[in-house]
Design a protein around this ligand. Structure first.
Ligand SMILES: CC(C)(COP(=O)(O)OP(=O)(O)OC[C@H]1O[C@@H](n2cnc3c(N)ncnc32)[C@H](O)[C@@H]1OP(=O)(O)O)[C@@H](O)C(=O)NCCC(=O)NCCS
Length: 247
């Protein structure tokens, strides 16, 4: 499994006395998300250049960075970065009552993901997301390992246990995160995402999370409607993703 290949794993680099996380991006772009804290790059662009040089040295050829506030966005635009996507950020308070879900269909199983599920999960994912957001093994490993605890479960159909959906929740610093969820197109509209989210929320509650967050592309109306229906509330500020091609 490629998860053990260091090229596909997040890494931490030290540059000029600062440490940055380099996280492999989704898709097939060979891009990396530069984890340079805004307080550094808001003052001097050179911090982004340093991180980019370190990332290029590790073989990455596309570079992404995130901004939240209007000031941060203006700064990245003044540096010549191009905004490539915009995410909503939502949270669901654990003070809300648990979700009521209908019973899981009898021919489906919802169980912990195993090594053998990685390829089928990526196949489902690739049918569910556009090229920029498609999961690859590096991004999958990042989603499951980015937080101190995580819950990675798959939904399977039939005796052959065909993977038809999956969900990854993470937990850290008293907060839960819905890292990723997808249901194969032919299985949508049956309450399966709701079922998987209800499970993740119960898990986060057991670990005493105060709230559970999720990000979603602003263009993804199905996901937005799903989260709003389940009690997630939009934050005033989203996340913008900026890109810079090498050269
Ligand atoms: C978003 C997604 C996970 C929903 O899966 P699902 O199993 O069909 O969702 P559910 O059946 O549990 O839907 C629950 C509610 O979500 C909302 N919803 C789901 N799909 C919707 C759609 N296409 N349009 C509008 N609302 C939608 C509805 O409010 C729905 O309730 P209703 O059936 O009473 O109307 C699925 O469409 C998917 O995999 N999309 C691609 C991957 C993705 O976008 N993941 C989330 C990224 S952050």
């Amino acid at each position: 499994m490629e998860r053990s290949n260091p090229k596909n794993r997040a890494s931490v680099v030290e540059v000029a006395g600062q440490t940055f996380r380099l996280s492999p991006w989704y898709g097939r772009s060979g891009a990396v998300l530069l984890g340079v804290p805004p307080y550094l790059w808001m003052k001097e662009r050179i911090w982004i250049d340093r991180a980019r040089t370190a990332a290029a040295g590790k073989g990455y050829s596309g570079f992404l960075i995130q901004a939240t506030s209007a000031n941060q966005r203006e700064t990245l635009e003044s540096y010549g970065f191009r905004r490539v996507d915009e995410l909503f950020v939502l949270f669901r308070s654990m003070a809300l009552p648990p979700l009521e879900v209908s019973r899981q269909p009898r021919d489906l199983r919802f169980r912990r993901a195993r090594e053998v599920d990685v390829a089928p999960v990526i196949a489902v994912d690739n049918r569910c997301f556009d090229a920029f957001w498609m999961m690859n093994t590096g991004a999958l490993a990042e989603a499951t390992m980015a937080t101190p605890r995580s819950r990675f479960r798959v939904l399977t159909a039939g005796d052959e246990e065909r993977v038809i959906g999956y969900a990854i929740f993470g937990l850290g610093a008293g907060e839960g995160y819905l890292q990723r969820i997808a249901v194969d197109p032919e299985w949508r509209g049956k309450g399966l995402a709701t079922l998987m989210i209800a499970d993740g929320l119960r898990w986060a509650k057991r670990w005493r999370a105060r709230r559970v967050g999720v990000n979603t592309q602003q263009s993804n109306m199905a996901a937005l409607q799903l989260y709003l229906k389940l009690g997630f509330v939009l934050e005033p500020e989203g996340i913008a993703i900026y890109s810079w091609e090498d050269g």
